[in-house]
Ligand binder design. Structure first.
Ligand SMILES: NCc1[nH]cc(CCC(=O)O)c1CC(=O)O
Length: 308
């Protein structure tokens, strides 16, 4: 292979991610020419509704997949948390790169952390996962929807619409905006989204040539943890229309996975966790989902979906 084309959304974060993979490929293969094809997706165009109401994660990846099908691009780089749990037929995710900070970040100009926020303070997030966890722990705060790319969200905070906002630490750090983080939320305060902080590379499943070329970019530890997180999410219906979190860590070849589902208002929160040897990552994800289902997750999920 002489040349590779990376399809990317045009937001600054997506472009940073594509550039990152481009430079990693260029240093692995000095002879290889790598080009980035920028494109706008439906998810980028629709900013006035919450993501869950307009069709979810797939909106950010569809156009990139069409470019691969039409031969205009070889691969797409995704934030793993934006990738639907079931890929369309004919696509594969052979590579998951080493994870950046997986935590959520508290960003505010006036307050240092969530517990400093006074009664009635307005926190911006469009994520039902973040909303449910904040409302469960801080029922005196007001959650208002916040969409748009990272810079847009920061501009809305700076414009005074919110007292604080919650963003993924990884996105801020990648964009060189790490100094905006007032504090990072621990997984017990805000359990991350499945795949948060990890980049994945999507290709057409038949591209064996690319699988070989890309293999060195895979990080086995992140890969197995994200596999467990995504198996959990998939088993529970895998959409961003429900408040759901899943986060796995690896230690001594054993993966520990925690997960939750909740009502958006935080009034009911089901949590479960389990550990297994890393080889059983996928089964571990399904086992934690099963525990949640035994505790009534199916009822929570159908109530939330009926309400939305
Ligand atoms: N949903 C948008 C999105 N997708 C990935 C990231 C951040 C980086 C990551 O998690 O890999 C963000 C921004 C955010 O949630 O604040």
């Amino acid at each position: 292979m002489k040349k590779i084309v990376i399809a990317s959304r045009e937001s600054r974060l997506a472009m940073w991610q594509a550039e990152h993979i481009k430079s990693r490929l260029e240093s692995l293969y000095p002879e290889l020419e790598v080009e980035i094809l920028g494109m706008t997706t439906r998810g980028d165009q629709i900013l006035d509704k919450t993501l869950s109401k307009i069709g979810g994660k797939g909106l950010f990846v569809k156009e990139l997949e069409v470019a691969m099908l039409e031969g205009r691009a070889d691969l797409a780089v995704h934030s793993m948390k934006d990738v639907p749990m079931a890929l369309p037929e004919g696509f594969a995710l052979p590579v998951i790169c080493e994870r950046e900070d997986p935590r959520d970040a508290f960003v505010s100009n006036a307050y240092a952390n969530l517990s400093e926020l006074p009664h009635g303070a307005v926190v911006g997030t469009a994520s039902l996962r973040r909303e449910s966890q904040i409302r469960a722990q801080f029922p005196h705060l007001v959650i208002k929807p916040l969409r748009g790319n990272v810079q847009t969200r920061l501009a809305k905070l700076d414009g005074g619409e919110f007292d604080a906002i919650i963003l993924a630490a990884a996105g801020l750090k990648r964009l060189g905006l790490g100094e905006r983080i007032r504090c990072e939320l621990s997984p017990s305060e805000s359990l991350p989204s499945p795949g948060q902080g990890a980049l994945g590379i999507e290709i057409r499943a038949e591209r064996e040539d690319l699988k070989v070329l890309l293999a060195p970019l895979n990080d086995a530890d992140t890969h197995d943890c994200v596999l467990a997180e995504r198996a959990l999410s998939r088993q529970l219906g895998g959409s961003c229309q429900i408040p759901l979190g899943g986060f796995a860590t690896l230690s001594d070849e054993v993966i520990t996975l925690g997960g939750f589902v909740a009502y958006p208002d935080g009034s009911l929160m089901l949590t479960a966790s389990a550990s297994a040897p890393r080889h059983y990552a996928d089964a571990l994800g399904r086992a934690v989902a099963k525990k949640l289902l035994q505790d009534g997750a199916a009822d929570v999920i159908s109530a939330v979906l009926a309400d939305s």
